[in-house]
Every structure is written in structure tokens, then in C-alpha cells.
Design a protein around this ligand. Structure first.
Ligand SMILES: Cc1cc2nc3c(=O)[nH]c(=O)nc-3n(C[C@H](O)[C@H](O)[C@H](O)COP(=O)(O)O)c2cc1C
Length: 169
């Protein structure tokens, strides 16, 4: 199955997961979802503004990417948890590129709990089920055996669900 890995990440945690998945899953294409405007630098101000936008369902524009989604049968998609939910830039991506009819796996990084992320993701993507999910607490600060195992388990589930050939290493 031709598979796209798409992710949104502000501070690199979700990007770290996406890059690890890309390395472990052969023949996937990696795509970064980027904000149209420069991200707010101050961590405190960012938490306030982006947290507000997420809580009150405000939109955040993303850069045009001209992806040809018809090329992909399956998508692995990830983002950080914001205010317990899917961040607006990921929602913008899902509006631009509907996932209906594709196999979907999802991942997130977070400070504490995935909360409503995967339920919110299904709603935002208008899909009924997710083949596999992965949530990791800020991997850049937690390079633990447990997190590497979670990653490997997710990869195995995706390989089965997406009928991918496991890479012989
Ligand atoms: C605006 C905002 C809201 C957040 N809300 C939550 C939250 O509700 N729950 C949580 O566990 N982490 C929350 N976080 C922490 C991020 O999910 C976490 O740091 C994540 O790993 C960041 O991913 P990134 O480095 O890819 O941007 C929030 C971060 C930001 C910037």
C-alpha cells in the first residue's frame, strides 16, 4: 500500500516520532504540515493563544502543500495534543485532504494524557475507525525503552493493517 506519513509539530516531539516511523516503514513518504504564519516563540503566550484557538474551535491556516492524496491508499498521521484535543492545524489539513476511504493510523505526542485526541481525530477526519494508535509523552525528553517498544508495537500493527512487507534488517 502506498502510504503517507503526515505530521504537525511545533517543538519537534511529534516530528521525532514521524521520522522514526518513516525510517522503520519502508516506502513511506514523509510530509510536514506547517503553519502558514510564523509560530509564536514565547512558550507561555503560545500556550494561551493556541490553547484558546483549540478550545474555541478557531481555525489556523497551514501552508499550501499541493499533495496528491489520490496516490496514497493509507495515511499515518500525527500531531501534538493541544488543550486535550486535535490542534487546529491538523484539522485544517484534514479539511483540505479528506481521509475517507483510506486506511488510517494515528499518533500524538503530549505533555500528559492523549485525552480526547483520538476521538476528536476520528470526528475531524470523518472516519469511523483508526487501524492503530500511538501516544508518547514528549519523546525528546523521554528516550526510554518503554517508548521505543511502543513505537515498535505501533509499527507492527501498521504493517499488518496496511499489509506492508516488513523490512528485513
Ligand atoms: C497550546 C498547547 C496546548 C497543550 N495542551 C496539552 C494538553 O492538553 N495535554 C497534554 O498532555 N499536553 C499538552 N500540550 C503539550 C504538548 O502536547 C507536548 O509538549 C507535545 O509533545 C508537543 O509536541 P511538538 O513538540 O511536536 O510540538 C500543549 C502544548 C501546547 C503548545
Amino acid at each position: 500500500m502506498k502510504t503517507l506519513i503526515a505530521y504537525f509539530s511545533l517543538d519537534g516531539n511529534t516530528k521525532w516520532i514521524a521520522e522514526k516511523l518513516h525510517r522503520k516503514l519502508p516506502n513511506t513518504t514523509l510530509h510536514a504540515i506547517e503553519l502558514a504564519s510564523n509560530p509564536i516563540k514565547s512558550k507561555w503566550w503560545r500556550m494561551m493563544v493556541y490553547g484558546f484557538k483549540t478550545t474555541f474551535y478557531k481555525k489556523m491556516a497551514i501552508k499550501n502543500s499541493h499533495l496528491d492524496m489520490t496516490k496514497y491508499d493509507a495515511v499515518i498521521i500525527g500531531a501534538p495534543v493541544w488543550a486535550g484535543q486535535v490542534p487546529p492545524p491538523l484539522k485544517a489539513f484534514l479539511q483540505q485532504y479528506p481521509l475517507k476511504g483510506k486506511k488510517v493510523a494515528a499518533f500524538c505526542s503530549m505533555g500528559g494524557e492523549p485525552s480526547q485526541f483520538f476521538e476528536g481525530f476520528k470526528k475531524a477526519a470523518n472516519i469511523e475507525s483508526i487501524e492503530a494508535t500511538l501516544s508518547i509523552v514528549e519523546p525528546l525528553q523521554n528516550l526510554t525503552k518503554e517508548n521505543f517498544k511502543k513505537l515498535d508495537d505501533f509499527v507492527k500493527r501498521v504493517e499488518v493493517a496496511f499489509e506492508m512487507e516488513a523490512e528485513l534488517t
